[in-house]
Design a binder for this molecule. Structure first.
Ligand SMILES: N[C@@H]1[C@@H](O)[C@H](O)[C@@H](COP(=O)(O)O)O[C@@H]1O
Length: 243
């Protein structure tokens, strides 16, 4: 893992944007794996800015989102379909048909996982996978204990994850108990991984990522084995460890 420490969230987002923009420039048909959560919003804002200035184009780009809650329709403000449209897709020149997100409303969820996995594989996998980090070490919605060999699958969300994400809902009871997530095996096959970590609440997880062993009880630890993984972290996170 290559670690790049930025002074603050804005600078971290800027660095992430530079990496992505350069690669989109070199490969206009790039396949991007995208994440939700608060952390990548700054990156999306920067990319929108460059797209509006016509410095980059998403016309030929294909995207695959990592995950979606089970039981939330795309119109639900807390669904990841909604999140992606509001925070990114509707502001850029991407072809909607090239954006993929698992369908958490599918009647047969197992079949949906197989379908989604096939779409990713038919496209040849991700060129770059953008990731955030859960406080418990989850990536996508791969919770602690998930096998490293998993592909797209259904996951029961941990109480701590539901509590952390409850801030977006009226109360914790409204946070879905299950989600569909791209698995760790698929994430690891991405040619490059960019992991974004910001804020003091991630300090412990960051410490474990960098200094802990590789274990399924801390899913992000597998990234230590990825050949091209860049960790972008801000000083709000690292400050907690060095001080
Ligand atoms: N499924 C998402 C993850 O993909 C994300 O990385 C994580 C961290 O979110 P945040 O960036 O808001 O801390 O939250 C959710 O659980």
């Amino acid at each position: 893992m290559k670690i790049i420490e930025s002074k603050n969230y804005l600078k971290m987002s800027h660095t992430a944007c530079q990496i992505l923009a350069e690669q989109i420039g070199q490969n206009p048909k790039i396949k991007l794996g995208l994440a939700t959560g608060s952390t990548p919003i700054g990156l999306y804002n920067r990319l929108i800015h460059l797209n509006k200035k016509k410095e980059i184009s998403f016309q030929k780009v294909t995207t695959f989102n990592l995950d979606e809650y089970v039981g939330l329709p795309a119109t639900h403000p807390n669904s990841y379909h909604y999140f992606m449209r509001e925070n990114f897709f509707q502001h850029i020149d991407i072809n909607e048909a090239n954006t993929h997100i698992p369908n958490g409303m599918a009647y047969d969820l197992e079949k949906e996982c197989i379908r989604y996995q096939q779409v990713i594989e038919t496209a040849g996998g991700m060129d770059i996978q953008v990731l955030g980090l859960g406080e418990n070490g989850h990536i996508g919605f791969n919770e602690p204990g998930t096998s490293f060999s998993e592909e797209t699958h259904i996951i029961s969300l941990e109480k701590s994850t539901r509590e952390a994400n409850a801030r977006f809902f009226d109360n914790i009871d409204q946070v879905p108990k299950k989600a569909i997530t791209v698995g760790i095996n698929t994430i690891m096959q991405s040619k490059q991984v960019i992991l974004l970590i910001s804020g003091e609440t991630k300090a412990e997880a960051y410490n474990r990522l960098v200094n802990g062993g590789i274990t399924e009880t801390f899913p992000a630890s597998i990234l230590q084995k990825h050949k091209n993984c860049i960790v972008l972290v801000d000083q709000e996170t690292t400050f907690q460890i060095t001080n």
